[in-house]
Design a binder for this molecule. Structure first.
Ligand code: XMP
Length: 326
């Protein structure tokens, strides 16, 4: 629309004025905000931008490919992908405590991003240009919440952890600072980003790592990824994507129950569906999903995901329950 065109044009002008001929780095998380912020900067300064995507192996089905293929195709951005899946899974081995998981994921993320940023800086330096700017997908509500200051880099927006070391102190470029989430999505559409990316529901930085109650392993991630993909597909098919705030699917890895699947007795794991309605995630109510949608999700998951023999529905509001289980 006209206003979105205005916002894009205005931000592109501002970014050009701010960045000049310097180089810029942007961390992509797979989420909406970093994707739109990066796409705006790409539109403004093109080749001066390098995007970095750390694949920690905790994203949902298809999300890493979305960044690596669809995002690059839509924006033309130069992308550096770091496959850090083994590193994250090794660091998470044997860990069940939710806060411990968050700490490990946050710590590894910073280390891997820092290393990638150093490489980008070194590559650029060899070409004679300094990398001076780091893109952040800070939104207006984040600005208000944090008291409004700008500063040097600390990539905490989606990982809730500390910043980069002093020798990697960038100036921040925050092209979304005046926008609300719905405006960010519309800017994303205007920039031609894939709808699945633009309309993606909130997803925690630590990803599926905090949706497996118990230790995070490759096998469990695969099971959860399949179940989650089915739930998302059925919600989309029912046209409910934009009505619900998010619908975590949680694997109870430490729980087994008896079932009958096919010809035999099974002893599998349950998954929990946690559909919620919310305005801002501070409070939430459980979504009254239509029974036929719940039935479709349950039937498909228990038919198609061998390890899952039970699907249960979380009917707790927040408070007292948080949206995520961990
Ligand atoms: P809770 O579970 O606290 O979640 O009700 C509120 C919102 O925040 C998301 N969430 C996180 N986001 N890092 C994030 O970036 C985290 O560690 C984290 N934990 C929860 C959650 O998905 C929901 O949208």
């Amino acid at each position: 629309t006209w206003t979105m065109v205005n916002i894009v044009d205005e931000q592109v002008e501002r970014i050009r004025a701010e960045v000049g001929s310097k180089r810029v780095i942007c961390g992509l998380s797979g989420g909406v905000d970093s994707a739109v912020a990066g796409a705006l900067v790409q539109r403004a300064v093109g080749e001066q931008l390098t995007c970095v995507f750390v694949d920690h192996g905790l994203l949902r089905k298809g999300e890493a490919e979305q960044v690596e293929k669809d995002y690059v195709a839509a924006t033309g951005a130069r992308l550096k992908v770091v496959d850090a899946q083994d590193r994250f899974l090794d660091a998470l081995a044997g860990v069940s405590d939710p806060e411990e998981k968050r700490k490990i994921i946050g710590r590894e993320f910073i280390r891997v991003f820092e290393q990638a940023a150093r490489e980008v800086v070194a590559e650029a330096g060899a070409g004679g240009e300094e990398v001076e700017f780091l893109v952040q997908g800070t939104l207006y509500p984040d600005v208000v919440e944090s008291g409004g200051g700008t500063g040097t880099a600390n990539i905490k927006s989606h990982h809730n952890v500390g910043g980069l070391p002093d020798d990697l102190a960038f100036t921040l470029v925050e092209p979304l600072r005046e926008l609300f989430k719905d405006e960010v999505r519309r800017v994303g559409e205007e920039l031609g980003l894939p709808p699945e990316m633009v309309w993606r529901q909130p997803f925690p930085g630590p990803g599926l790592g905090i949706r497996i109650v118990g230790e995070v392993t490759r096998d469990r991630l695969e099971v959860l990824r399949d179940a989650d993909a089915i739930a998302r597909e059925e919600l989309t098919r029912a046209g409910l994507d934009r009505d619900i705030w998010q619908c975590p699917v949680v694997l109870l890895a430490g729980v087994r129950s008896v079932g009958v699947q096919g010809d035999g007795r099974t002893y599998g794991h349950p998954v929990v569906l946690r559909p919620v309605s919310s305005e801002d995630a501070m409070t939430a109510d459980w979504s009254r999903l239509p029974y036929d949608v719940l039935a479709a999700i349950s039937n498909r998951i228990t038919n198609e995901v061998r390890e899952i023999n039970r699907v249960v529905l979380d009917v707790t509001s927040k408070p007292p329950g948080t949206i995520e289980w961990e």
